[in-house]
Design a binder for this molecule. Structure first.
Ligand SMILES: Cc1cc2nc3c(=O)[nH]c(=O)nc-3n(C[C@H](O)[C@H](O)[C@H](O)COP(=O)(O)O)c2cc1C
Length: 214
């Protein structure tokens, strides 16, 4: 059982969303590691990969290989996404949407849909962070959830404390007193992301267990 975290920030290890993703993956690992000797989580930093822009050539619709994939790292990323039982995407709000590197991945993932819905039935969830308290976090989550639905993935949110925890791992650099912080200093964002990881892992376990019984 493998939960793949994809960090969609261009800022690598300095990224606040990446930090929240590590919290989600740590939580997932506590659920899955007991029953596995293999690693149960993996983190993929998109900014370490080269992803060329989709040119809209429609080769994938005609079930032909993507011409861009001969020139960049998409085959490696696709392989990791196919291997995963669940995918958690971490994305900061960029103008209330996702950073370009993540949108490039989304567009370039079209062959996996066109060629037999290769991502279908994977559990999917999102963690996000923004500069402002109301900085487009929910728009980012909505966008990514619809992306996952288009791939036939199973979109989930967190189920934590109903009067304290939100549905997503989410927060802002802007704190209550208007001062700036990172996600490391945002306890609600950390708790929300932890809950996302737990939920994803528990569902993966349930789904895989059920599949094993068939
Ligand atoms: C190009 C760009 C656009 C941004 N747009 C927004 C925005 O619309 N709303 C917002 O609250 N913050 C915005 N931000 C701030 C980021 O969301 C914020 O710095 C976030 O914490 C970065 O996450 P990261 O550390 O994971 O990269 C923007 C930042 C950049 C670089």
């Amino acid at each position: 059982m493998l939960v793949l975290g994809i960090s969609g920030s261009p800022r690598g290890e300095r990224s606040s969303t990446r930090f929240l993703l590590t919290k989600a993956l740590e939580a997932a690992s506590t659920v899955l590691s007991a029953s596995s000797r293999e690693p149960t989580t993996a983190l993929l930093d998109l900014c370490q990969y080269q992803i060329r822009r989709c040119t809209g050539c429609d080769a994938c619709v005609r079930k032909k290989p993507c011409p861009e994939s001969e020139k960049d790292d998409m085959p490696k990323i696709e392989e990791k996404m196919r291997q995963a039982d669940a995918i958690i995407v971490a994305a900061p709000s960029y103008f209330t949407s996702v950073p370009g590197i993540l949108k490039d991945l989304m567009d370039r993932s079209r062959p996996m849909k066109m060629q037999d819905n290769q991502l279908k039935d994977k559990v999917f969830a999102v963690v996000t962070y923004a500069g402002l308290r109301y900085g487009g976090q929910e728009a980012v989550v909505d966008l990514l959830n619809r992306y996952a639905l288009a791939h036939g993935m199973i979109v989930v949110g967190a189920v934590g404390n109903p009067v304290r925890d939100g549905t997503f791992g989410s927060g802002s650099m802007q704190s209550d007193d208007g001062k700036w912080r990172t996600s490391k200093e945002d306890p609600l964002a950390i708790e929300g992301s932890t809950q996302v990881g737990l939920r994803v892992a528990k569902l993966v376990k349930q789904l895989k267990g059920t599949a094993g019984q068939r």
